[in-house]
Design a protein around this ligand. Sequence first.
Ligand code: BG6
Length: 484
Amino acid sequence: MVSRVIPVEDFDLVIIGATGDLSRRKILPGLFRRFSSGQMPETSRIIGAARSEMDVAEWRGRVRDALEEFLPKEEQDGERIEAFLLQMEYIAIDAMGEGGWKELGALMRQDAVQAFYFSVAPSLFGALAERLKHFGIANEDARIVVEKPFGRDLASARALNATLAEHFDEHQIYRIDHYLGKETVQNLMAVRFANILFEPLWNAQYVDHVQITVAETVGVGGRGAYYDKSGAMRDMVQNHLMQLLCLTAMEPPSHFDPDAVRDEKVKVIRALDPVAPDDIVRGQYRASADGGLAYRDDAEDPASKTESYIAMKVQISNWRWNGTPFYLRTGKRMKARMSEIVVNFKEPPHNIFTEADAPRCNVLTIRLQPDEGIDLRMTIKEPGPGGMRLVEVPMDMTFAEALGDAGENADAYERLIMDVIRGNQTLFMRGDEVEAAWRWTDPLINGWKDRGDVPAGYDAGSSGPDDALMLMHRDGRRWSEILS
Ligand code: BG6
């Protein structure tokens, strides 16, 4: 099966903060891949904007370096890279001053889609938005793209939303959560709403519980200063895990359009119960035998109480989910890098087989990484004579195997940037959604701060603190196998 590429409209994309890490690592390589696939019109332009003074030749050289550093070798086609570089422009701008803005305005076309990617600290968002309007650069249909962290609590997220709203309409603001750009996350919606099989069972009557895991092997080294002010709750749960939870738990939207989908997600967030302290386990990694630093050394604060791991039991108070817990866990320096959503169904209501051969519960696993795919555990008869013996087997569909070339996925960033150009906000967070997520998160963080809770230590390369196992065991459940 070959993937279909539908070219987007002609565009001018300005990357503000173009010389930064995100731009070099993700945005530029992602755009190059879209260019290579034929999705970017030849007349479209990518305009780097940053503080450093340089001419376009130097900028193109820097883009070439970034592509050589961050693209896999087999994707580095010299001729294509040179053709891509011809679509690059550069303007030096002063985010807080006057410099470069008039020149940027002169460069922008009015008959092409305009997009401005704010790849800078959130403290600059307001100044940038104001200048784009003040200098008459952004038109009524221009899009601005902003990265997480979108605030660090409800008050700061509200302030940020208000600042952006002074200059741009909600339909122009694209708040990125790159988890929404992952192939399997979208597939979750396809599996749920394009098949009749699951939806009738997708509720508290048939689902025993759901597990959402995002485990990473990396530590926070190199970004300890940022991370120590965030912790796993702000860095991962409030956004990425929350999005996975919403897409798993939401009602079917009436249409696959941005507001219909986001309305349903907001309803899930609003239905989340407060989480009791006993239902939260926070952890912090220790130094590892192979010389890996302890969290506190990475964070450069020997007394840090910030969590690099969190597990929690979350309840959704609505008709569909009342009584079916969602267990979330995420951590750094874990045994394996893996992200998955595991839907554990209940036992069949009546067992006609012997005790020893009782059917196991069906389990649907949606794997985000690695090996994106879907696996459904079923009970069948073990082949061969000898009576009715039951055995559990996987119905495993790894996308790369099932779909060939079409199963090789675009990176989340390239998909999302193309959605910005298309003007499709479905996979971006709406302002009220971000605020609702903080409204739920804030009391949990304040709770452990006020109590002075200290995260439990866990070994780097392990499955997290023992207390996280207890969180499940006391409910007679266990975490899905890879990490426990
Ligand atoms: C980022 C977090 O948003 O997501 C990082 O700030 C984390 O701490 C990263 O490592 C994980 O993304 P992915 O796509 O590698 O799972």
